[in-house]
Design a protein around this ligand. Structure first.
Ligand SMILES: C[S@@+](CC[C@H](N)C(=O)[O-])C[C@H]1O[C@@H](n2cnc3c(N)ncnc32)[C@H](O)[C@@H]1O
Length: 254
């Protein structure tokens, strides 16, 4: 399958072949294991501090939330945030082709899940494992009109959007459209995003400005993301870890 829409900073390792594999096992072995990709523990920690209490309140009031994983890949961050799974539990669940077929966990609050990604294989995996109730396969940098409409609708309907290790791949115009669609809805809604360091810092700054133009800042934390690959350690001498800034934003009160 072609994944030619994936754009990545030239100093950052390309993992495109892993994202388009048929199962998450190569993602588990080459990213989670080999690079100690611990970031989901911190995505979950931030989600639990700043979004989960609200989500549970909504659940107590009988509401089902629309949960959207943007650039979801195989759904590791959905497993961390919606299912409350930690790094070790995700690795264990994805240890081989048989084990990964079914998610060893349950949702912590009632949700309808939508995933969006350029990788048709990742979307098909997440749907078959029961992680994603709805999927949209699209190159967000160059969607067809029909795909853009479906993406806009999903963003507008979402109560919670998570987009982790993701915005770095998207063009500023694509990010602007996504945020416009999310922000246009009047009801309360949260977005968890993260920014990678040391990659593409100017791009991350531009993305932060777009987010802050339309959304209210809620809170943030800094954490480890994963180990730099050998190529990345050559590009960033003296650095061992890629770091994360994790942000939570919300729709503005009107
Ligand atoms: C690093 S993975 C992120 C997975 C997960 N969200 C996480 O935090 O670990 C990046 C994902 O972005 C997707 N992606 C990259 N470029 C894209 C594009 N132009 N449109 C849609 N998805 C894209 C890739 O296919 C991949 O699944």
């Amino acid at each position: 399958m072609s994944n030619s829409g994936v754009k990545t900073d030239e100093k950052k390792q390309h993992f495109d072949d892993i994202y388009v594999a048929e199962t998450p096992v190569p993602f588990k072995e080459r990213i989670l294991d080999d690079l100690e990709y611990v970031s989901d523990d911190f995505n979950r920690q931030t989600f639990d501090r700043l979004i989960l209490p609200w989500a549970k309140e909504q659940a107590s009031a009988g509401k089902q939330l629309n949960f959207l994983d943007l650039c979801a890949c195989f759904g590791n961050t959905t497993m961390a945030t919606l299912y409350g799974m930690d790094f070790q539990q995700i690795r264990e669940n994805w240890r081989d082709e048989a084990a990964c077929r079914q998610v060893n966990g349950s949702r912590r609050f009632p949700a309808h899940t939508t995933a969006i990604d350029i990788s048709a294989n990742a979307m098909a995996y997440g749907a078959s494992a029961g992680l994603f109730d709805q999927t949209i396969t699209a190159d967000l940098n160059a969607p067809t009109e029909q795909q853009q409409n479906a993406v806009n609708e999903a963003m507008a309907q979402a109560d919670i959007v998570i987009s982790t290790a993701a915005l770095v791949y998207l063009e500023p115009e694509a990010i602007q459209k996504l945020i416009d669609s999310f922000a246009q809805t009047e009801r309360e809604g949260y977005m968890l995003v993260n920014f990678l360091n040391p990659f593409a810092l100017d791009k991350a700054d531009a993305t932060k400005r777009v987010l802050l133009e339309q959304l209210e800042f809620v809170g943030s934390m800094a954490s480890r993301h994963r180990k730099l690959s050998a190529l990345e350690q050559e590009n960033y001498p003296g650095e061992e870890w890629a770091l994360l800034e994790i942000w939570v934003l919300k729709r503005p009160r009107r």
